[in-house]
Write a new protein. Structure first.
Length: 319
């Protein structure tokens, strides 16, 4: 039997090879990955076996593994079977993003998620939480037992969905890839919306963010192609970058309430102090002069502003 990792091929008697072989082994005959202990990765980095993303068909985590890190098996498109032991406590954001398995069992030991571990797993139909007293699955939506945190929504969910009014946090990527949902109602109990929370919800046409929300993560509404309008409270304290990337139909953002952290001025959204230019309406036409107070312009701020003929960025001498 030949065991492989990205850097070496070695025979069975060589498993003491220090290049990761004691932590994980890939069997190229059965296409099975066995993980013997928690493998640390750089912040946001991929696991060392990710170079085998096309080859891994099954993954067995041995008892003793406590953490499945962020992006650990992301884009392992051939992965159809995963065995998670009753020692795993934490599962990271997008740990199994875009994998192909149809079912998975979350053992009773799991208590913590860094975000949606199953983002855009289009084939996933069954999440077994029968032995986990910390979690509840309601109509395809995975939440903690108290229904305070939304972790995952099945991409096949369609029509209209109202988030329970017990929920305070929508996790990163929770609704990512839910491209059949036409509308989502966010209750006034919600305080935080994680990064990429509604990423690629391509049928959503409008969203109302209640004034209870204090934090909206990076790319929260990116790739919502049909999104035409959004209402956001001016009291939001933290607003991530690239919120509306490729939202090609977005023409109106209404900033409401008494908060002073956001402003909308003639179809352009700014931070409260006008130092950050966040978004410009695609309806804006002709020439536009960026206010002299602006210090940073978000990456996709002028995306799809096809009617603008010129943009003036003032130099320090003009301020």
């Amino acid at each position: 039997m030949t065991l492989t990792n990205p850097s070496h091929n070695w025979e069975e008697e060589e498993v003491e090879n220090p290049v990761g072989s004691t932590a994980w082994i890939f069997n190229s005959l059965t296409n099975e990955l066995t993980v013997h202990r928690t493998v640390e990765t750089a912040d946001g980095g991929k696991a060392p076996w990710n170079v085998l993303w096309k080859d891994i068909k099954s993954a067995v985590l041995v008892d003793g593994v406590t953490t499945i890190h962020e992006r650990a098996f992301e884009r392992c498109i051939g992965l159809t079977l995963v065995v998670i032991p009753d020692s795993v406590v934490t599962v990271g954001n997008t740990a199994f993003g875009k994998c192909s398995f149809t079912s998975i069992k979350i053992p009773r030991s799991v208590t913590s998620f860094g975000g949606n571990p199953f983002a855009e797993c289009e084939n996933l139909n069954i999440i077994d939480v029968s032995e986990n007293q910390n979690l509840i699955l309601v109509s395809g939506v995975l939440m903690d037992k108290e229904m305070i945190k939304i972790i995952y929504c099945n991409p096949s969910k369609s029509g209209d969905y109202s988030i329970p009014n017990t929920v305070t946090a929508i996790y990163a990527g929770a609704f990512a890839g839910c491209d059949r949902l036409r509308s989502i109602t966010i209750p006034s109990s919600v305080v935080s919306i994680g990064s990429r929370a509604f990423h690629h919800c391509k049928q959503l046409s409008s969203i109302e963010v209640p004034n209870s929300v204090k934090e909206i993560g990076e790319g929260a509404f990116a790739l919502c192609y049909e999104l035409e309008s959004i209402t956001i409270p001016g009291s939001v304290e933290t607003l991530g970058a690239n919120l509306f990337t490729e939202c090609s139909k977005l023409s109106e953002i209404v900033v409401f309430g008494e908060g002073e952290n956001l402003k909308e001025v003639d179809g352009v959204m700014f931070s409260g102090d006008m130092a950050r230019l966040i978004w410009c309406s695609r309806r804006k036409s002709g020439s536009y002069e960026i206010p002299h107070t602006v210090k940073t312009i978000d990456e996709d701020a002028f995306y799809n502003c096809k009617k603008l003929t010129s943009i003036t960025i003032q130099t320090p001498s003009q301020k």
